[in-house]
Design a protein around this ligand. Structure first.
Ligand code: SAM
Length: 284
């Protein structure tokens, strides 16, 4: 039996057609099949770049069946590129079942790096990027949405959401109700397109901005919420971990000063926290 062919995961532009990589074009041109979320949509891209590879559909309603069929073709030696309508497949897009089937059957899966709205939005947002959580689309049901947003009250990381234009105002109102107006929110709109915009402010300020001109409520949005403010008494886990490591080789005072400088925290709070390390290990 011949070796299985490769499944390539190929990101496509989220607006600006120049954002397709040279490698993505080569793979799309040379594979036996392109599995596309919407074949008509993908044909427009392929036509633009002059690629004539055969396509077949793989979307949320046929993924189970198509995954089994594509695995058989891959096992027979026919290579496949998976694309979605825009951005990176599997990121709030179909493809998970196909990749799972392939990995279960030892079919090689090669993902290509490329456009993704969440990462593009985050990198230009001015919000902390050292820790972030991608939540995809918020639940539509009010109760589930509320439960999820409540998790952000204490979350020590930037949260990234995708949001439909018809829901963005409601979502901001819900954020305002649950988190108040102290958290900085950034809306990244129409990324890589002609009317790309980043707008940052409190939930109320963003609601006013969107309401000022109804046209502002149209287009594609990524919504990002800044981390919960660090309470004076609260030391982030990575800072504590570093303190613990340094305290093993340095006097606690010195270790606390280094960590305080690095994380912009109070030296004394770290020193006090450091004192408990010894006590904990004494008890163990
Ligand atoms: N797989 C895609 C990716 O890698 O970003 C995401 C697909 S998801 C079905 C579509 C959502 O992504 C949109 O509703 C919007 O929230 C976000 N999005 C996609 N393109 C965007 C763009 N150019 N500007 C802002 N948000 C975008």
């Amino acid at each position: 039996m011949s070796a299985p062919a490769t499944l390539y995961i190929v990101p496509t532009p989220i607006g600006n057609l120049e954002d397709i990589t040279a490698r993505a074009l080569r793979i799309l041109e040379t594979v036996d099949w392109i599995a596309a979320e919407d074949t008509r949509h993908t044909h427009r891209l392929l036509q633009h770049v002059g690629i004539k590879t055969r396509t077949l559909s793989l979307h949320e309603h046929n993924e189970e069946k198509r995954a089994a069929m594509l695995c058989r073709r891959l096992l027979d030696g026919e290579s496949v590129a998976l694309v979605s309508d825009a951005g990176t497949p599997l990121i709030s897009d179909p493809g998970f079942l196909l990749v799972r089937h392939c990995t279960d059957q030892n079919i090689p899966v090669v993902p290509l790096p490329g456009p993704c709205a969440a990462i593009t939005a985050l990198s230009g947002s001015g919000l902390p990027t050292d820790r972030f959580i991608f939540e995809g689309f918020l639940p539509v049901k009010k109760q589930a949405k509320e439960t999820l947003l409540k998790l952000l009250k204490e979350r020590n990381a930037t949260t990234v959401f995708y949001e439909a234009p018809r829901r963005v105002l409601d979502t901001l109102a819900e954020i305002q109700k649950i988190l108040g107006d102290d958290r900085r929110i950034v809306l990244a709109k129409e990324l890589t397109k002609a009317f790309e915009a980043y707008v940052g402010g409190s939930a109320s300020e963003l609601i006013s901005w969107l309401e000022a001109e109804p046209a502002r409520q149209k287009g594609e949005f990524v919504l990002m919420v800044s981390p919960a403010p660090v309470k004076e008494t609260e030391i982030p886990a990575p800072a504590l971990a570093l303190l613990e490591e340094l305290a093993e080789v340095l006097p606690l005072k010195k270790a606390a000063a280094i960590v305080a400088g690095h994380y912009k925290l109070k030296k004394n709070a770290l020193y006090q926290a450091g004192l408990s390390f010894g006590q904990q290990s004494d008890k163990e």
